[in-house]
Structure formats: C-alpha cells, structure tokens
Design a protein around this ligand. Structure first.
Ligand code: ARG
Ligand code: ZN
Length: 882
C-alpha cells in the first residue's frame, strides 16, 4: 500500500498516558500496556479504534478493567480493532508476548550479544505492543522493566529513574518515568550486562545532569571519548542555539547489532557500537570524527526531533535535515570549518547527487511512500541539511537564529510540519519563502549555468545565471513541472593576479546574490580589468555549476581565493577536466596524463610548497582526486567504470611521480615526535591525513618503494589511522607482500570485530578481478555473519557501493553476488537488504553490456517469491520505466 502526504488526517483517538510493564525473557517477553485513551476532538466521532501491530501475539485485553465482550474486538498479528470505543476517556490494558531472540529484523525489542534493546523508529513500537504508532500521537510514558539480575543487571528506560527493587527470586525491576509527551518511535529500553562510564553536566538552567555511556563490559576505556563528546554537545547547543537539556539523566548505550548509526530515544540514545567505541589502537581519525558527529547528532535531536517532533513521516527532513545541519555546524566549530565543509560536499556529491539522478530520486519531503524505512536517505538527511544551510545564507546568521528560536518556542511539545518550520523564518524575516520552499518539493539536482563578460569601455563585468531543473520521472508522472528555486549564490571577484576586487553590485548583500528566477544577470561596475569570479563560495547551494572558467582562471582561484572551499574546488575541477576527457576517450593506463596532467601537478607543487605545512588537513584534501562515483556523475551516461578507474589511476601515477620528492619530504616533516601522546584532534588528524595521502600517491608512481614504506608503517604505526592507511595503500599493489600483510592484520585483530570490519572493507574495495572471489571467501570467515549489519556493510556493501570496477564487472558477476546476498538477507533483515540493493541505483547510466547484466540481476530479485516490502519497493522503483 502507498501512503500519501495529501491523505494525511489526524488520528481519531489520542493516547495521553502509557504505563508499560515489561518482563524480559529471552524468548517469551511479556508486555502489559495500560493506555489512557480519548477521542480526538479533531478526529471522526464514533470511528473504530484501530491499533497497529506487527508480528504480535495477544495474551489478554481489558477495557476499563473489564473483559471485552464477544465481537467487540478483532485481533490479528498486524492490528487490534475495537469496533465501538467509548466516546469519553477510557483505559485499555493490553498484554502481548514477543520473542526478542528470534527478532532478526532488529526492529522492536531484540537481543544483541545478549543485551536486550529496542529500535522503534520508524514503526518498531508496534512490534512490542498494539498502539497508535504514528508520530502525532504523543503520550507520557512510565516504564517498569523487570529482568534477571544475572543476565540484566542494568535496566534502562526513557526519562528519569524513579524506583528499583526485588521482583522475586533472581529478578529485579526498575521504573522510569518520562515527563515529556512523546511519540512511540522515541520509546526505548535496555537490559543487560553492561559496563559504564559517567560524568556530570550542569545546564545553563542549573540542572545537574548525570550523563553515562554503557558499553560491553571490559570496553569502558573505549567509551571516554564518546562521553566527552556528549558533554561538548550539551555545551555547544546551549551556546549556539540556546537549547538546554531537560532531564536528570542522559544515557548512551552501545550495541553491536544495529540497523543504522544510532537512535535519539528520549534520554536513552542507543548506538551502533561502531559510533561509540574508540581507542588509538582500534579506531581511526575518521572513526573519532564520526563518533563525535553522531553523538552530537543524536543529542541535538532532543530539541530538533523530540521536543519538536514530526506530524507524519513525510516530515522526516524536519528533524533529520535540521539535525544534520546542527551536527555539521558542531563539527565545524569543534574542528576546521573549511575542511569539514569539503568533507560534507564530497559526501553529498558521492551519495546524494547520484540518488537524485537515478531511479530512486525523491524530493527532500517525499509525497508518497510504500516503505518509510527506505526514505532514511542521503536526500532527506544531507540535502535536507543543505536546505537549512541555504536558509541561513539567505537570511543571515542573526535572523536565522531568531527564526530557530521562534520555531523551537512556538512548536515545543508539538508534532510539526515543514510549513511550521518555514513559517517561523518567514515571520522573523518578513520574507516570502514560497520560491525557497520548492527545495523541499522538487527532486533532482539543479544546474546553474553561469557566464561572465567584461566590457572594457564601460568598465563593467556582467555575470549571467540560468537555472535549470531536471525533470524527474516520478515527479513528471505526478504532473508537476519544476518551478524556479531561490538559490543563494555566495560570490566574490578576484583580481587576475590575486587579491580582492572592489567592485559593487547592489544586488549582492553580504556577499550573497539570490537567483530566484529562471534567468538573471548581475552587473558589477568600476572595473579596470576582467576579474575572476569565485562563485558558490562555501558551496552555498546544492547545485551543479556549469561555468566555463579557463585553466588560468582556475589556477588563480586555487592560488588566491579567500574562500578555502573554492580553492579546493578549483583544484578538483582542474583534475575533473583531465579525468573526464581521458575516461570518455577510453584512454589506456599511462604514466602521465598529458600537458593538462602536468599543469595540474605543477600547480599542486606550488600549492604544497607554499602552504602544505600550514594546513595539512586542507592540503590532503587538495591532493585527493575526485572519486570514481563523482567522475561517473560528471560523465553522465554510457559509463565504463574501468575507463574511469584508468583515468584516475593515470593521474595518480603522474602526481605521485611529479610531486614525489616533495611528498616524501612532507612525510618526514610531519612525522610525530617519538613518544608524543596521541590526540584525536583535527590538527593531529590532519597531519596524519597528509602523510598518508603522500604515501598513497608515492606508491601509485613507484609501487616498489611505496610498498617498502607502507610495510614499515603497517608494522610500526602508533595509531590505527596510520596502520590502516598503510594497509590500504599496500592493498592496491598486487603480490605476496600484500597478501602477507593482510593475513597478519587479520590474525592480529581476530578478536576485534570493529577492526576486522575495516579489514573486510579494504579487501572488498580492491579494484581487481580477483576481488569477487576474495569477498566470497571472506563470507566464510569466522568473524563474518549475515546477521550483523556492520559485517554486511563492511564486506558486502563496500564491494557493491564502493568498488565501482568490480561491482560493475563486465561479466555481471558483481551484480549477481549483490543480488544473491540481497535475497539471502531479505528474510532475516529486510532493512539492510533493501539498503544493499540501492547499489543498483546507477544501473541505467552504465554502458549497454553491463546494463543488461544489471537489469537481469534486478529482475531476478523482483521475481523472487516472498520479498519484503522494503526490497520490493526498491526493486520496483529501480526497474520502473525512466
Ligand atoms: N533517527 C535516527 C537518526 O538519528 C535514524 C533511525 C532510523 N531507523 C530506521 N529504522 N530507519 O538518524
Ligand atoms: Zn537523525
């Protein structure tokens, strides 16, 4: 069935109060739910009450303390209907039984490594008890959790702890009360043997909060970084948005089986342990950065998501886009703003742009869905965050902050919509946001074509902008023609020899021009020479820019622009030009990429000499060529992934050769002093990043010398970052040294699942024909299991989503492997299976031979009997006529 935004109507009944009594048992957990219900004044009087369920077994039910009469209710595993509910407040007491041990979907109540835990977003609560499982039904929850003292000494719930005690032989209980009304998707409980690290935080309102992180016993030492990130997040949200925490405790629990990254349950955030556990020996700098960002993300949801929640799931971006924006800002403040911005844009271009260009394209606020769990996408999250960022660029930081305050104040305690969000900013700014609001409604990445002309006689410079929006098949079917968007363009002019240009246009305010019609032109006056335009500074809008800058103009920007993002962008586009030309021409692997390649190398040499040591993290990014997926997007159609790989490899070889001595000198200059204490901070991470980027390029040009360096680094590295980076470099050089190093690494970390995940991923991404067999072999590794989402992501998704040459093997075997795993997984965990299947997103873009194989694999999936709604939705949309 398809759910449509246009069909929204309020619930006929509301639930104000929920008392849950959960008796934990490995296979027969009993839940008694006492629901305080009443008819919704906004609903239909006398309507039947239909509660949601999913694989539930009803044990008992009572209405206002009495058994329900014959025929009064109808019960299936998927729903419980009360035909004639009282038209006054009433109480339903419902007892259900569930089996947490066989719950392989990891939705509802399940066990992970023996720990009882829950995941209820989006629709998991109905797997625990019958309920009005929709986000606009908000209740005050009190939860009694009872379990074995031995198996579950720790019992955690939402809100504040109110009581605990004995519950018969070997059993105990804890009662938690959450005073803040919330939708069921924010419910959570945890029971298990867990280690704890804790500290305190006093809010700006004077509340003394106990914060704690719970992990597998023995791993407490790896939880300190996450604990510190919680405190830093709390302080930042007070400082930046004036938002304080509102309970006496804040708990984070790490579990090893988790479908996504983490979940913002009220007062009890549950995390994939990959995003909690960190030590220098087991976690990379990227892991530290992710942990910090995701801890912040889930904490920030307490206001953007929990205090103000979503009316319905179409509004998912209201909490996710906004909260991603907030976590990005946090990371930018805690680390390096330009470096973080570049990382955000790389992710957007590698993941969201392809999504927006493929068969799964959808607006940031979709109009319809079959399976909501398939809409936790890069579009909703990352493009959703870009929309909030554009709003700030459009309104300026002060008005933006005032709008946020107004939104939080007026919508506090409610289930809101995107309209409510925009209304707060419209009211605060007095602006009409109608054209802007189309960003939420129209799918596809807009293109902005720009041209500049200098008139020497008039001393003017004119920039012409034209926006065009792709017609997205799913939208066109709905009869919608795309309308112009309001696109904020942050820009400036740079003198040909560097330095700013003092030219004005009154339509540029605080460095921002707003393009809000299909075509527009900007005239700058008083110019003595043609300037170089620096456009979309800081990537001020999620668009593709078509701009015919000459090579010299790009070199000017790389050397002189005051916007760091555009300096990086200039280097990227210089490289992209070389890569696209070579890939399109199907050029063979070579030692050098012509005069353009040499020109890029020379520019990078100047750049490195000037400032690599001043900002190593930025320099590492400038040295990193556009990724294979990004190159594929730039080519657009009839893609040959092998040609793309060869083009990229050729340029890497050339850079490694031309820059070799410099790169080796940088490695020396950036060496950590012997015995220096480890720090995961951005500056230290940046030095490691540049050293390792240097190693990577040097090895591309001289595999023998590089292998020797990398082998030494794998052996002697003081951090997992350095060890893994060296192993990744080695993994690209076929031969016995690589195999021995891989084997040794696998042996060393055989008890460390999260480290083995990196090892699985690295092998799955080797761009060689042998990789498919290697992956098949690793599926039999003792540490691998299809039941654990992290294992599937590291071994299988790394192959299918991050190894373009091998996923798109010309013989179709990469597609076959992926389809095979999707089908094997679907019966166990449909959410993870559906996510893996999105690897086929670009199938229509690849050249004909591959395309036929991809389509055949998709059709095989489509025809398999008993598909989950999750997989059937993805495969259906993937195959729908373009
Ligand atoms: N709200 C979570 C977050 O912070 C994601 C939960 C998604 N869960 C799911 N089953 N789709 O992003
Ligand atoms: Zn989120």
């Amino acid at each position: 069935t398809i759910v449509r935004l246009a069909d929204y109507r309020p619930s006929d009944y509301l639930i104000d109060r929920v008392d849950l009594d959960v008796r934990l048992h490995p296979t027969e957990t009993r839940i008694t739910a006492t629901l305080g219900l009443r008819p919704n004044p906004a609903g239909e009087p006398g309507a039947p009450l239909v509660l949601d369920g999913d694989e539930l077994t009803l044990v008992a039910i009572a209405l206002d303390g009495q058994p329900t009469g014959p025929g009064a209710i109808e019960v299936t595993p998927r729903s419980l209907t009360l035909h004639q509910p009282p038209q006054r407040p009433f109480v339903l007491e419902i007892e259900t039984q569930v089996n947490p041990s066989t719950n392989t979907k990891l939705m509802g109540l399940y066990r992970s490594n023996g720990v009882y835990c829950t995941q209820c977003e989006a629709d998991g609560f109905r797997r625990i008890t019958y309920f009005l499982d929709r986000p606009d039904v908000m209740a005050v929850f009190t939860t009694r959790i009872e379990g074995s003292r031995d198996a579950a000494p720790v019992l955690l719930g939402n809100g504040n702890p109110v009581a605990q005690g004995e519950a018969g032989p070997g059993r105990h209980y804890a009662i938690w009360h959450d005073p803040h009304p919330k939708p069921a998707y924010l419910f959570a409980l945890v029971g298990g043997r867990l280690g704890r690290v804790g500290s305190r935080f006093t809010t700006m309102e004077g509340r003394d909060v106990e914060i704690a992180v719970y992990v597998e016993p023995g791993k407490e030492g790896r939880a300190d970084f996450a604990l510190d990130a919680v405190a830093r997040s709390m302080a930042w949200d007070e400082r930046t948005f004036g938002r304080a925490y509102d309970l006496d405790v804040f708990n984070v629990v790490a579990v090893s089986d988790f479908n996504m990254g983490a979940m913002e349950n009220k007062g009890l955030n549950i995390f994939n342990d990959k995003y909690v556990l960190a030590s220098p020996e087991t976690a990379t700098d990227a892991d530290y950065a992710n942990i910090e960002a995701i801890i912040a993300h889930e904490y920030f949801h307490n206001w953007s998501g929990n205090r103000v929640t979503c009316r319905d799931w179409f509004q998912l971006c209201l909490k996710e886009g906004l909260t991603v924006f907030r976590d990005q800002e946090f990371s930018s403040d805690e680390r390096s703003r330009p470096v973080h911005r570049i990382a955000e844009v790389r992710t957007l271009r590698a993941r969201q742009f392809p999504e927006d260009a493929g068969p799964l394209a959808h607006p940031v606020r979709p109009q319809a869905y079959r399976e909501i769990n398939n809409f936790y996408t890069a579009t909703v999250y990352e493009k959703g965050a870009e929309i909030v960022r554009m709003l700030r660029t459009l309104l300026g930081p002060e008005t933006f902050r005032a709008g946020m305050d107004r939104y939080f104040t007026t919508c506090d305690g409610t289930a809101a919509t995107v309209e409510d969000f925009l209304a707060a900013f419209a009211a605060e700014s007095g602006r009409d946001l109608a054209a802007f609001s189309r960003w939420y409604a129209q799918a596809g990445t807009p293109t902005v074509a720009v041209s500049g002309t200098y008139d020497a006689a008039a001393r003017t410079y004119t920039l012409t902008f034209r926006q065009s929006l792709p017609v997205v098949a799913t939208e066109a079917a709905a009869g919608a023609a795309p309308q112009p968007l309001a696109i904020p363009i942050a820009l400036g002019l740079v003198a040909p020899g560097g330095g700013p240009v003092a030219a004005a246009s009154e339509r540029v305010r605080d460095g921002v021009f707003v393009l809000d019609r299909a075509e527009d032109a900007l005239v700058f006056t008083g110019l003595d020479a043609a300037p170089v335009p620096s456009l979309f500074r800081g990537f001020s809008a999620p668009v593709k820019v078509e701009h015919a800058l000459t090579r010299d103009e790009r070199l000017t920007l790389l050397a002189h622009d005051r916007d760091a993002f555009n300096r990086w962008q200039a280097a990227q586009s210089l490289a992209m030009e070389v890569l696209v030309v070579r890939a399109r021409a199907n050029a063979p692997l070579a030692e050098e990429a012509g005069t353009e390649g040499a020109g890029l190398a020379a520019a990078l040499a100047t750049f490195l000499d000037g400032e690599a040591l001043a900002d190593p993290a930025f320099a590492a990014l400038v040295l990193t060529l556009p990724g294979e997926q990004e190159i594929a997007q730039a080519i657009g159609a009839e893609i040959d992934p092998d040609a793309i790989w060869r083009a990229r490899q050729t340029l890497r070889v050339q850079l490694g050769r031309d820059l070799g001595p410099r790169l080796l000198a940088l490695r020396e200059a950036l060496v950590e002093p012997e015995g220096a204490p480890f720090s995961p901070d951005a500056a230290s991470a940046g030095r490691r990043a540049l050293r390792n980027a240097a190693l990577d390029l040097v090895t591309a040009a001289d595999p023998q010398a590089g292998t020797a360096l990398a082998l030494g680094q794998v052996e002697n590295a003081a951090t997992m970052t350095d060890r893994l980076a060296a192993l990744a470099t080695l993994s690209l050089v076929p031969g016995a040294a690589r195999e021995a190093a891989l084997a040794r690494f696998g042996e060393t970390y055989r008890g460390e699942a999260l480290v083995l995940d990196k090892w699985f991923a690295l092998q799955a991404m080797i761009p060689e024909a042998g990789t498919l067999e290697r992956v098949r072999g690793l599926m039999h590794h003792a540490a691998f299991s299809l039941g654990n989402p992290n294992r599937v992501r590291s071994l299988i998704a790394s192959f299918s989503l991050n190894n373009p040459t091998q996923f798109h093997r010309p013989d179709g075997a990469g597609y076959d492997l992926t389809a095979e795993v999707v089908l094997a997984l679907d019966g166990k965990n449909p959410q993870v299976a559906a996510r893996l299947l999105t690897a086929f997103n670009t199938w229509r873009m690849v050249e004909g031979g591959r395309r036929l194989h991809a389509e055949a694999a998709l059709r095989r999936v489509a025809q398999a009997p008993g598909l989950s709604p999750d997989v059937s939705d993805i495969v259906g949309r993937s195959l729908a006529p373009a």
